[in-house]
Design a protein around this ligand. Structure first.
Ligand SMILES: NC(=O)c1ccc[n+]([C@@H]2O[C@H](COP(=O)([O-])OP(=O)(O)OC[C@H]3O[C@@H](n4cnc5c(N)ncnc54)[C@H](OP(=O)(O)O)[C@@H]3O)[C@@H](O)[C@H]2O)c1
Length: 161
């Protein structure tokens, strides 16, 4: 069981996820930086570890059930708790406005499916898998996508312990 609060950030080797890892670690969290490619994830975690922060990399593709299972097992064994889950990983597979596929009438179903898998079902599955651990602590879940699939909203849920 970790003494520090533990935070998990998905899709975190760059962009907002990467900076979120840094900010949470600076505030005393043990941070699990996850990404779907080992090289990028390891390099990003190393960059932050070199700044003296408590950051570890773990592989996670939010569309891959086995990858999620492995991560949940790792959290259970290595930390025994999860305090913050930031569902940051996301894709924007739609065509630009005015291009083919940008309207509901000609949207490509494979793009819709990929968006739903990554932006909606991924965060939901992660919450379900890690629920017992986050419900034991002061839960914070951030989901850029789960409330509205149009990429415009940020959902934040906090449950008291
Ligand atoms: N920046 C904004 O203004 C804005 C506004 C609204 C919402 N958002 C949302 O906020 C989040 C962060 O934004 P950002 O600008 O930092 O985006 P970003 O740079 O595109 O980062 C998205 C991350 O998600 C990862 N990812 C995609 N599919 C994945 C999967 N199946 N499994 C694991 N990781 C996956 C990407 O990794 P790969 O390189 O491997 O694909 C990337 O690391 C995104 O979800 C974005 O849609 C951003």
């Amino acid at each position: 069981m970790s003494d520090e609060p533990v935070a998990l950030i998905t899709g975190a080797y760059r962009g907002l996820g990467f900076e979120t890892c840094r900010q949470l670690a600076m505030r005393g969290y043990a941070v699990l930086l996850t990404a779907r490619h080992d090289q990028q994830g390891n390099e990003a975690a190393q960059t932050l570890a070199d700044e003296g922060l408590d950051i570890r990399y773990y592989a996670l593709d939010v569309t891959d059930e086995i990858s999620m299972q492995r991560l949940a097992g790792h959290i259970r064994q290595a930390y025994g708790r999860l305090d913050v889950l930031v569902n940051n990983a996301g894709v924007f597979p739609d065509s630009a406005p005015g291009e083919n596929g940008s309207s509901a009438f000609d949207a490509r179903l494979e793009n819709v499916r990929r968006g739903l898998e990554t932006n909606t079902l991924g965060p939901l599955r992660l919450c379900q898998r890690n629920g017992p651990r986050i419900l034991d602590s002061r839960l914070s879940v951030f989901c850029p996508h789960i409330l509205r699939p149009d990429h415009a909203a940020t959902g934040h849920t906090s449950l008291p312990s």
